[in-house]
Ligand binder design. Structure first.
Ligand SMILES: C[S@@+](CC[C@H](N)C(=O)[O-])C[C@H]1O[C@@H](n2cnc3c(N)ncnc32)[C@H](O)[C@@H]1O
Length: 199
């Protein structure tokens, strides 16, 4: 198994507990209350967003970690009952129809993708014209001292968690085809909420 997938496999129980604790629940609720229609969620993990989707959405959820996906599916079956399909796959190479989804969601994942630029291009492609791309991401802080510490600690954080702590989220979006319509930052500028549209 790919060593990056292995890293997330080992964290599936931890992410299941994060879902039970509704981690970042206030932000997830605000972001996902506008999800509509056919929804594609990339890197769903153990399903932390499931409690916050409007009940009428049709969800397609993707993750490359079988254990994460199993936790998410089990939580949906037991607790949330959304109309959902769970696909094990790598968002770098996933084959989905262009312009197939009304809403594309990715939360706390741009830190983990091997090639975040490519995934942002894919999101843009998979979203219908007039659809929405909803992101909650963490990246480098707007506080200089914190961002220096994030960069210094990044090799250790990546080795342990499989996710980078110093990616420049605003820059990644500016270089992507995606248009940011509204954004908010929290936690010394580390956490971003973004309401976007495809071009
Ligand atoms: C930090 S966790 C975030 C989980 C969840 N989105 C949340 O908000 O709590 C990142 C997730 O993305 C998945 N992931 C990372 N890279 C991926 C890729 N290239 N393709 C599919 N899933 C990926 C990991 O397996 C993991 O479940």
């Amino acid at each position: 198994m790919d060593p990056i997938i292995k890293k997330f496999e080992k964290q599936a129980d931890k992410y299941d507990k994060k879902r039970e604790r509704f981690e970042f629940g206030v932000h997830r609720r605000r972001l996902l209350s506008s999800a509509r229609g056919k929804v594609l969620e990339l890197g769903i993990g153990a399903g932390s967003n499931l409690p916050f989707y409007p009940t009428e959405v049709e969800l397609t959820a993707v993750d490359f970690s079988p254990s994460m996906l199993e936790k998410a599916k089990d939580a949906n079956d037991r607790l949330y009952g959304l109309n959902a399909e769970f696909i094990q796959g790598d968002v770098d190479s996933l084959l989905l129809n262009d312009q197939a989804f009304d809403t594309v969601v990715s939360t706390l994942t741009l830190c983990a993708y091997r090639d975040p630029n490519k995934v942002l291009h894919n999101m843009n492609r998979w979203c219908k014209p007039g659809g929405q791309i909803l992101l909650m991401e963490h990246g480098t802080s707007s506080n200089k001292a914190i961002s220096i510490a994030q960069t210094a600690l990044d090799p250790i954080a990546y080795a342990i968690f499989g996710c980078h702590h110093n990616r420049d989220i605003m820059k990644l979006l500016a270089e992507s085809p995606i248009k940011v319509k509204k954004s908010e930052r929290y936690m010394s500028g580390i956490l971003h909420l973004m309401w976007c549209s495809p071009r």
